[in-house]
Design a protein around this ligand. Structure first.
Ligand code: MN
Length: 287
């Protein structure tokens, strides 16, 4: 049975996150969609943008997170990060950084020094993945997933899919996740038709980064968010030339979502605790 499209929107406008990320806010937590996008919470797409060379790397200075995971996908350009647990590194094109904020982390995210010293095209996605209540206070950690760790599956002659998390056609994505999640990164230079089969009763979101797609006769252009019904298993996508999209699929976490800035918890009281724990230095600090 075909999964029906239940909600779509397109975000042409961009806004700045710090001075390094010029993003389309494709997903935002809201009472109206939390249940149909769970376990996903938020997604920003920094579509390709030319940055001039700069002596000072551009980005977002130190800030905390608690209660969820931030996943950064680099397409063009490089991001350098440091966190309060002593971790850090550079995310290069094709790499994915999967950071579990859990009980709390303080980090910063900037264009890498090497990228800033030359300038160039920058393109990135940041996704927030929720944690179930029982893992919200898990210890912070991050997985540095290199391009070479991600299986590339030829779905058709024209379309490749990088499997970042989950299982598909007897292949496994490298990301370790707390709930059942599939993340697929599609690329196709020439138009094609792709049929996918997903599990019943899961949430599914297609984010069209570039190109366009036709689904059940309906046309969706770039920067569209397409949310599917939990009922049904199959998707048929007619993709355009230069198609690029991310498919997010996962078992919903059926728990309340209370989000406030960089914190995503289950209750208002837990948000207040997060604010005071951060202010009291309990999430650590950056040197
Ligand atoms: Mn952050």
């Amino acid at each position: 049975m075909i999964k029906k499209v239940i909600l779509t929107h397109t975000k042409s406008l961009k806004h700045w996150v710090g001075n390094g990320f010029h993003v389309h806010g494709l997903l935002r937590p809201s009472g109206e969609i939390n249940n149909i996008i769970s376990p996903f919470i938020m997604m920003d797409y920094a579509s390709p943008k030319e940055f001039l060379k700069s002596d000072i790397p551009k980005g977002v200075g130190k800030h905390p997170h608690r209660g969820f995971e931030t996943v950064t996908f680099a397409y063009q350009g490089e991001v350098q990060h440091r966190d309060s647990s002593g971790g850090g590194g550079t995310i290069k094109p094709g790499d994915v950084q999967w950071m579990t904020a859990g009980s709390g982390i303080v980090h910063d995210e900037f264009h890498s020094e090497s990228f800033s010293s030359k300038g160039g095209l920058f393109e990135m996605v940041q996704l927030w993945v929720n944690l179930p209540k029982k893992y919200k206070m898990t210890s912070p950690k991050y997985q540095s997933i290199k391009k070479s760790d991600i299986p590339n599956i030829n779905l058709t002659d024209e379309i490749d899919m990088r499997l970042i998390a989950g299982e598909y056609l007897n292949q496994s994505g490298p990301a370790a996740t707390f709930t059942k999640i599939n993340i697929m990164d599609f690329h196709g230079e020439k138009k094609s038709t792709v049929s996918l089969s997903l599990e019943e009763n899961t949430n599914t979101i297609l984010l069209v980064l570039s190109g366009s797609v036709k689904i059940e006769g309906q046309f969706y252009r770039d920067k569209s968010v397409i949310i599917f019904d939990q009922i049904g298993t199959n998707l048929n996508l007619e993709t355009s030339d230069n198609f690029k999209a991310l498919l997010l699929n996962g078992e919903p976490i059926n728990e309340p979502v209370v989000s406030y800035g960089p914190f995503v918890m289950n209750t208002k009281q837990e948000i207040e605790e997060a604010i005071s724990d951060y202010q009291n230095g309990k999430m650590g600090n950056l040197l």
